[in-house]
Design a protein around this ligand. Structure first.
Ligand SMILES: [Cu+2]
Length: 276
């Protein structure tokens, strides 16, 4: 989980050449940047037609170019004092199924004049993007394939379709295909350890998925500054996007986890390491 990182600086124009290799229609719907109707990447009755509809859902094998401008309001606000802003993008054709098929990613925009050559913010040494994503595997476009591939007794799976082609939340299929409380799609510390050195200026970008995502990302061992406040726990809800800066002063291998007890027990945890 998490698609390719998109980076830009205020004043840029982002062009995405999107080719749909999936077996279902998909799109690129961005947050924060400036787009016209032809680059919104979302399917709904908005009174548009023709060219302005082509971005709504790119068919299998199709290609579409999305154009997003990056005005000042897509960058960090002056009040935040930050050099970068954090947004996301995701497919928005059948939003529920698309995102549960992992079609979601991050976008980082630096203030004008604050980007390095690789478009990362100049005043930050290290960045991490972590999505606290509750995934409903039964809503994924890949559920049938997954049932056939991974269940030892696929014939016993009894998916319950709802109008519109979505699956109802159900249990007969067993605990292997229900809800996953993940960080970037990974569970139980399977994410590669996020490593930094003491004294580095570290920026965490923390986002949430589009399901019933209510999370309490918590760092052990160090604190962060977010919205002007020092803390070690964020509060994030569905599709939230937050930035937290860490001046890591405490070396060691530490856990970073969701503090919602049920989520933690389901594996919503990862490790980060501060090297001396
Ligand atoms: Cu959680």
């Amino acid at each position: 989980m998490l698609g390719p990182m998109i980076r830009a600086e205020v004043g840029d124009t982002i062009k995405i050449v999107f080719r749909n290799n999936a077996a279902f229609p998909a799109s690129m719907h961005p947050h924060g940047v400036f787009y016209e109707k032809s680059s919104e990447g979302a399917l709904y009755k908005d009174g548009t037609e023709g060219k302005d509809k082509e971005d709504d859902g790119v068919p299998t094998g199709g290609t579409y170019t999305y154009t997003w401008e990056v005005p000042k309001r897509a960058g960090p606000s002056a009040a935040s004092g930050l050099s970068s802003a954090f947004w996301m993008y995701h497919s928005h054709v059948n939003e529920r199924r698309d995102v549960n098929s992992e079609l979601m990613g991050a976008m980082i925009i630096t203030a004008w004049g604050m980007a390095r050559e690789d478009l990362s913010p100049k005043d930050v040494d290290r960045e991490f993007v972590v999505g606290f994503m509750t995934v409903l595997e039964t809503q994924s476009w890949y559920i049938d394939e997954n049932v056939q591939t991974y269940l030892t007794e696929p014939d016993k799976a009894r998916p319950n379709y709802l109008p519109g082609g979505t699956y109802q939340f159900f249990t007969p299929i067993g605990p292997d295909f229900v809800v996953r409380d993940t960080m970037n799609g990974l569970l139980f510390g399977n994410m590669p350890t996020m490593t930094m050195k003491m004294g580095e200026r570290v920026r965490w970008y923390v986002m949430a998925g589009t399901n019933f995502d209510l999370h309490a990302p918590h760092w052990h061992g160090n604190t962060v500054t977010t919205a002007g406040m020092n803390t070690d726990v964020l509060e994030i809800i569905t599709i939230g996007m937050q930035i937290a800066d860490m001046d890591a002063d405490n070396p060691g291998l530490w856990i970073f986890h969701c503090h919602v007890a049920g989520h933690m027990e389901q594996g919503m945890l990862a490790m980060y390491e501060v090297l001396p």
